[in-house]
Design a binder for this molecule. Structure first.
Ligand code: AMP
Ligand code: MG
Length: 381
């Protein structure tokens, strides 16, 4: 784990997300060129950026996040052509994906170019690269004049930040500058695709859907579900770098326990309600993350003081994704003792939503039985 650090003053500066002011971008870029860190918005979540070609800057990123050095960083570029500066080889299928999805929430794993320090890739001979679409991210990387390594701007294992305030809550005193460009539109991290494996595979589902990727690369393999009891601890596997750090099982944890329900829709609703009423009866403060279709059934819970949040309908997984992390943080900040959560179908961005929820639940899902209203606790497959 990266060591402790000296406190710095953290300034938050507003920036127009569509047309960022040149002087603000230049100030942030100067910090990056000097090897300092800057938090900036991307279309997925806020990133904690540093010069990707400088080992010392990368070290600062790990330290500011409290992230283990076994967990590699994503390198962000401003133009497709810069891929060749950071990757040793760019296969034809990488160009095809880049052509179709960049700029956007897709990260490609390629052979590491020698200019990228091994610290950035956690010792791996592969590098993760992405070209973000957010105008602030693009302007900043371009002005910095070099690739920018940027993991999510949260403390290690906390929920990723989708607003500058989330990033400030986690990193106040640990970075000099946060660019506030408002809430990030996609709301979950990028999809990571391994192009170094014999068959391309999704290592982490995210803001680019499997369905969309398959239109371009039909052979692409879906992600394997998070494994229980393996990789929960950084460097747990004899200090080996994670193939994908997003695969750490407990990676997106709210600071309060989260119980994830699954099963037929009506059964999930009934189980959420029963569990909430039971806990309210015990005097617990209960938060519920649901869909708008659940609201009517959950009204009695709300009337007894449960905080019920339903960011969108079951048919709108992209809207659920956009609101997911902010909703988890809001429930956490409201001081609930437990978050009860429904499952979302793994369709479109629902695949990423369900992945993050499962991790937040520590890999356990509670299967709601259709008739009896009973629930059985099982491990995720
Ligand atoms: P984040 O903190 O969201 O930026 O997480 C970093 C992500 O980068 C992880 O989830 C990984 O999927 C990915 N990653 C970075 N470098 C590599 C690499 N060399 N091989 C595989 N995955 C990587
Ligand atoms: Mg992260």
């Amino acid at each position: 784990m990266a060591d402790e650090m000296k406190a710095v003053h953290t300034e938050v500066v507003s920036v127009d997300p569509q047309q960022p002011a040149a002087d603000v971008i230049e100030r942030a870029a100067a910090l990056l060129r000097a090897g300092e860190l800057v938090v900036f918005p991307t279309e997925t979540v806020y990133g904690l950026g540093g010069n990707a070609l400088q080992e010392e800057a990368a070290r600062r990123i790990f330290t500011a996040k409290g992230r283990p050095f076994t967990d590699p960083l994503i390198v962000h570029i401003a133009q497709k052509e810069e891929l060749e500066q950071v990757a040793a080889a760019v296969p034809e299928r990488a160009w095809r994906l880049a052509e179709a999805f960049w700029p956007g929430p897709l990260t490609l794993i390629l052979p590491r170019g020698e200019r990228v320090p091994r610290l950035v890739t956690a010792g791996l001979e592969t590098v993760a690269v992405r070209l973000p679409s957010h105008p602030v991210a693009q302007a900043l990387i371009r002005a910095a004049g070099r690739p920018i390594a940027a993991p999510s701007a949260n403390r290690f294992k906390h929920v990723s930040p989708t607003t500058a305030q989330h990033a400030l809550a986690d990193l106040n005193g640990r970075v000099p500058l946060i660019l506030d460009g408002g809430p990030t539109p996609v709301g979950v991290e990028s999809t990571v695709v391994d192009l170094c494996a014999p068959v391309p595979r999704i290592l982490r589902p995210g803001g680019t859907s499997l369905e969309a990727l398959r239109q371009v690369l039909p052979e692409i393999e879906p992600p394997s579900p998070p494994r229980i009891g393996a990789g929960d601890e950084p460097g747990g596997q004899e200090g080996q770098a994670q193939r994908s750090p997003g695969q750490l099982l407990i990676h997106y944890s709210p600071t309060v326990p989260l119980l994830l329900f699954d099963g037929e829709d009506a059964a999930q609703r009934a189980a959420l309600k029963a569990e909430a009423l039971k806990r309210l009866e015990e005097g617990k403060r209960v938060g519920i993350l649901a869909a708008s279709e659940d609201l009517e059934v959950l009204r009695p819970c709300q009337e007894r003081g449960a905080l019920v949040r339903a960011p969108a309908s079951l048919e709108e997984p992209a809207r659920v994704a956009a609101a997911l992390f902010a909703t988890l943080r809001a429930l956490e900040e409201a001081g609930v003792d437990v978050i009860l959560c429904r499952s979302f179908k793994p369709v479109g961005l629902g695949l990423a939503v369900q992945d993050r929820l499962r991790r937040a639940a520590g890999g356990r899902v509670i299967l709601a039985e259709a008739e009896s209203g009973e629930s059985a606790s099982i491990d995720a497959p």
